[in-house]
Ligand binder design. Structure first.
Ligand SMILES: [Zn+2]
Length: 287
């Protein structure tokens, strides 16, 4: 499943490939991808004649900024965009095709068919589902240590599921949450309200650093993500914690533990990320 850095890489790549292209017509081959408007015909008609001015991002959603409309796209598990010449054969699992006036096409492929697209009049998209309830944007200037603290300090939820909840903070999925918690030295099962101000600040920094590093690594090699078929690939940053069960912690050498927390595979170092005792918890609350 793509996370914020991967979606950001796709966004940047799309910004190189489709800017100023004018949509001549749209083919919807799998109606269920289109969530708004309800009518597939209306969806296509709204986009005809529109030019892609930029591609933005909100959380893990791509926002294609057009003249009068915004197309909101979520790749979910397996969604892929690619730019092709219109005479190139259509590959299996291609569900939506944006035919441009210059003879090229933006094709959306999705083996699992979980991806979604919504079209709204320009800027309405932020006020409507699925974007309206989204929480803090971790790479925005507005994501300060203070804003983060206010959002989580009273919550009794365990910190990992809280960070995965898009209504609190967007774009951090299962992989980067394990990375950020390791970097901050915080056990994934700590309840959010037990984190000290110092720990919250450290976690804030770890989230930003983890995501920025991943974006930078992806961004520095964008070109390699467009393969011979014009398909924009996914980049995966080198990981310190996620997927390294039983391997040595890079800080202390202890074997990394994998457990299941709120239904998600969760990796942590039992030494670097202690689950504090009751005594430790009181000290945390006092600080
Ligand atoms: Zn360790």
């Amino acid at each position: 499943m793509p996370e914020l850095p991967e979606v950001e890489t796709v966004r940047r790549t799309l910004n190189q490939l489709v800017i100023d292209k004018k949509i001549e017509r749209v083919s919807v081959l799998l109606p269920r991808i289109i969530q708004h408007p309800d009518d597939i015909q209306a969806f296509a008609v709204m986009l005809e004649g529109e030019t892609i001015r930029s591609v933005e991002r909100r959380g893990k959603f791509l926002r294609f900024m057009l003249d009068r409309y915004t197309l909101v796209s979520h790749l979910r598990m397996e969604g892929r965009y690619g730019v092709y010449r219109s005479d190139e054969p259509m590959e299996k699992h291609t569900h939506v095709v944006f035919h441009f006036t210059d003879g090229t096409e933006l094709r959306y492929k999705d083996v699992r068919q979980f991806g979604t697209m919504h079209v709204y009049p320009k800027d309405r998209d932020l006020l409507e589902a699925p974007l309206k309830k989204l929480g803090l944007e971790p790479l925005d200037e507005a994501f300060t240590p203070e804003a983060f603290r206010v959002k989580i300090e009273k919550r009794k939820t365990k910190i990992k599921p809280l960070l995965l909840n898009q209504e609190y903070i967007v774009g951090i999925g299962n992989i980067y949450v394990d990375e950020a918690l390791f970097l901050a030295g915080i056990h994934p099962e700590r309840e959010a309200h037990t984190l000290s101000a110092a720990e919250t600040a450290k976690l804030h920094e770890a989230i930003v650093e983890t995501l920025k590093d991943a974006v930078a690594a992806g961004g520095s090699s964008i070109k390699s993500y467009v393969n011979g078929q014009g398909e924009i690939g996914m980049f995966q940053h080198k990981l310190k914690m996620y997927g390294r069960k039983d391997e040595a912690c890079l800080t202390c050498g202890t074997a990394i533990v994998k457990t299941v927390l709120a239904g998600r595979g969760t990796h942590f170092c039992p030494v670097c990320q202690p689950l504090k005792s009751k005594r430790g918890k009181r000290e945390t609350l006092k600080s």
